[in-house]
Design a protein around this ligand. Structure first.
Ligand SMILES: [Zn+2]
Length: 202
């Protein structure tokens, strides 16, 4: 497997800094204490990077939203996650049942290739749209696969599910695929191809 040190990412033409994507908000939660770990997992690393293919996809999603729903803005909550940070998270979740929300070390995360993003939508005031659960809330209510069931039980309301649909529509129209367990997570393109052909950032 090809690897690239996060410290050297700026030397690679395959990656783009998030600051080069117009009209997207960036609020990297693992670069702050505002995450399930309660501490900054990234400092001193700059993790505001994506593979150029995923960065292009984000630009497409921004353009899609500008056309369909100009009152909302895409906000990136996590992008590149170096493999060393993925390992630290895995270790931190060792003693619970939450490890199922992380890709195991031997498999690794698509985030570590700069080809996955965690995203949400902001309203015109810059506030997050109500998705029913918060980012990284590791509960069944966060699982897109259970949305229709939770609508029936009242654990989710129609507006929350509609907001998730809007996010998914924007991302799907731009080359991303969602997953069954996290409304905020999207992989760019084919994960099998990413794992076999792309460099992992370590
Ligand atoms: Zn993710």
């Amino acid at each position: 497997m090809r690897t690239l040190l996060c410290e050297n990412i700026a030397t690679s033409p395959d990656f783009r800094h998030l600051s080069t994507i117009a009209n997207v908000r960036v609020d990297l939660r693992y670069a702050s204490a505002n995450n399930f770990m309660g501490r900054d997992m990234y400092s001193p690393l700059d993790c505001a990077w994506l593979h150029a293919e995923a960065a292009h996809g984000i630009a497409l999603a921004v353009a899609w939203l500008a056309k369909q729903r100009s009152d909302v803005t895409l906000c990136i909550l996590d992008a590149l996650r170096p493999h060393r940070v993925q390992l630290a998270m895995w270790d931190a979740l060792k003693y619970g049942d939450l490890q199922k929300y992380l890709a195991p070390p031997e498999r690794g995360s698509i985030h570590s290739y700069g080809m996955a993003v965690d995203v949400t939508l902001l309203n015109a005031n810059g506030e997050e749209l109500d998705m029913g659960t918060g980012f990284d809330e590791m509960s069944e209510t966060s699982h897109p696969e259970h949305e229709s069931q939770f609508l029936q039980t009242g654990d989710l309301i129609a507006e929350q599910v509609a907001n998730r649909h809007l996010l998914r529509d924007a991302m799907k129209a731009s080359g991303f695929h969602g997953i069954a367990t996290e409304w905020w997570h999207f992989d760019c393109g084919d994960r099998v191809r990413v794992r076999s052909e792309f460099a992992r950032i370590v």
